[in-house]
Design a protein around this ligand. Sequence first.
Ligand SMILES: Nc1ncnc2c1ncn2[C@@H]1O[C@H](COP(=O)(O)OP(=O)(O)OP(=O)(O)O)[C@@H](O)[C@H]1O
Length: 125
Amino acid sequence: MKPAHSWRSTFRYALEGIGYTLRTQINMRVHVVIALGVIAAGIVFRISRMEWLFILAACAFVITAELFNTAVEAVVDLVSPKVHPLAKAAKDAAAGAVLLAAVFAVITGGVVFYQPVLTMLRHLL
Ligand SMILES: Nc1ncnc2c1ncn2[C@@H]1O[C@H](COP(=O)(O)OP(=O)(O)OP(=O)(O)O)[C@@H](O)[C@H]1O
């Protein structure tokens, strides 16, 4: 049996997992940059508390899905380096989760920012 870990080392391993995903997955870096941009937009447009909840949930949803996707890819590559229909099913399902999360995030961003962006453009033009 493996030795029990302190909460500190558990936290460190979790950060290592996030670091690994950031280093190896360009999509993760893109998600983080977009999330930071959306958070900046939320500050600029002074969105409501409820809108913040949806925006932050959407960002967390996408980034969490990408972390699970990376975990699935790593395990599949470890146990099935050769082409196998189940390896394909696992990777495709994980990729599907990221896609679903991203679609939810785009819809959330559209609902929250459509009106304030439109108002800003009306003022500028
Ligand atoms: N061992 C395998 N057996 C069968 N199909 C696979 C296998 N590995 C990958 N595939 C297919 O290729 C697709 C892309 O796999 P890959 O590992 O390159 O994922 P990716 O999302 O492009 O990864 P990355 O984000 O690291 O570039 C999978 O969604 C799956 O359909």
